[in-house]
Structures are given as C-alpha cells and as structure tokens.
Design a protein around this ligand. Structure first.
Ligand SMILES: [Zn+2]
Length: 251
C-alpha cells in the first residue's frame, strides 16, 4: 500500500513503524503549515526537514518516504519570493516527486498569485502537482481552484486532494488523480468505500493526510480492509491503494 498524502514532520517516530507493520510500504509527505511561516527562512527550513530528516526517520522503520514541496496557501510569508526563487533547485532533489501541496485556502489574491506561479514552475520542470482543497467553503474554493488548473496546466499532471461527496461531481471527468482523504471528521473508511462503489476506482487514490489535526495513521489499511469486507475485487483494491499512485509518480 501507498499513503498518497501525509505530513510526516507532525507525526511520531512510532507511527511510521505502525503503518509499516500494517502493510504501508511508502508514502508521500507534503509541505504544509506546521509553523507560523513568518519568513522564507522558516519555509526553507521546513523543506529541509522534509527532505532530509523525515525520509531518514521513515526509512529507519521500513517505510519509503517521498516528498512533495511547495508553498501551501496557509504558508505564504511576507517575503515568500525568496523561498519561491529557491524552489527550483530544491525540487531537483531525487526524493521529491511533486510540487505540493499547493492550492487555495480562502481564495485571496496573494494565494492565487503564488498558486499560479507554482503551477507554471511545475509545468516548466514537467513535475506532478498535489493540490489541496480546503474544509471551509470547500465547493466554492474547489471550483475556483479547478478553473485556475484548467487555465494554466494540463490537469493530467495534478493530484487533486481531499475529494469528498461535496465536490465529487466537479471532478467526475478529471484526468489527473483524485485523492480521497480518510480522516476523523472528514471521511470514514466505509464512506470512502461507498464513494468508490458509486464512482469506481479509476484515477482515485487513498490517503490519511495525517498531521497534527485529528488523523488516523491507519486510514489506508483500514479502508483496504473495509473494501475487502465489502467484496471489492482484488484488482480494484490494489489499484486504489497502490497502483494509481505508483504509476502517476513513477515510484
Ligand atoms: Zn495535507
């Protein structure tokens, strides 16, 4: 299994062991907003920790960790240009498989500006992109986000994340990946199973988005278990819990 979206830097060492025992072989850890990003120096230190410290902590527990780096919409410092200008060389690290997570939180003009800049950068570097959709005003902001994606980038390069019943119709024809975040307060394993039963497993991936917010490190194994109990085909279970992510990122 692969967990398609986590925040390893907010998790205990023991969580990596726990998910490895449960059968998660790799995960993608995304840049986010673990601190008040008061300056670009903090954003860059955050990137450094993800690339160098987190992959080591995970590897010591038998978990292969890949990274997605970028400026999260809740992490825009007043001097964000400094971090943005250093991003291309940081993205060259072999551990990095995508630009992310990026996107919109409130839809402000500064969020749009840095989101678009990062989409253009990803296109230039021919990199995949992990895009966040928020909890608040989810549908309205997701529409705005999808419009920007359509305007600036080939959507088949994008993993649009935190897809739930409130926005699934907006991404029914989406050509990239659609991430289902199974998380307390967001979606249970059985709700995820219901969604996959209705829409199929093509272009869907599962993730825990485990962070400092209420999370369940075992989201992906628990959802796979639920899918087995509900009689999903082995090929469908493998596709949504491993193959789609592995193919998309070449991992
Ligand atoms: Zn996240």
């Amino acid at each position: 299994m692969i967990d398609a979206h986590i925040h390893a830097d907010c998790r205990a060492y023991e969580d990596f062991k726990l998910i490895a025992i449960a059968g998660v072989e790799s995960a993608i850890t995304c840049a986010h907003d673990p601190l008040k990003m008061s300056s670009s120096a903090v954003i860059l230190d955050h990137f450094h920790r993800i690339i160098f410290n987190e992959s080591k902590r995970a590897a010591e527990n038998g978990l292969k960790l890949y990274s997605a780096l970028g400026v999260h919409p809740r992490s825009i410092s007043p001097d964000v240009e400094v971090a943005f200008n250093k991003l291309p060389s940081i993205l060259e690290n072999e551990n990095v498989v995508a630009v992310g997570e990026i996107g919109l939180e409130t839809g402000s003009s500064s969020e749009k500006e840095i989101f678009i800049k990062q989409l253009k950068l990803a296109q230039e570097l021919e990199m995949k992109i992990i895009v966040h959709t928020p909890r608040r005003n989810k549908r309205e902001i997701a529409k705005m986000t999808l419009n920007i994606i359509n305007e600036y980038i080939d959507e088949s390069m994008v993993q649009i994340d935190h897809v739930d019943n409130s926005i699934i119709d907006l991404v029914s024809d989406f050509k990239g990946l659609r991430g289902i975040t199974v998380q307390p307060q967001k979606m249970t394993p059985s709700e995820a199973a219901k969604l996959l039963d209705k829409y199929g497993t093509q272009r869907f991936v599962l993730d825990s988005d485990m962070s400092s917010s209420p999370s369940d490190p075992l989201s992906v194994p628990k959802t796979v278990h639920e899918l087995k109990l509900q009689g999903f085909k082995k090929t469908d279970i493998k596709r949504v819990s491993q193959e789609n992510v592995a193919k998309f990122y070449g991992i």
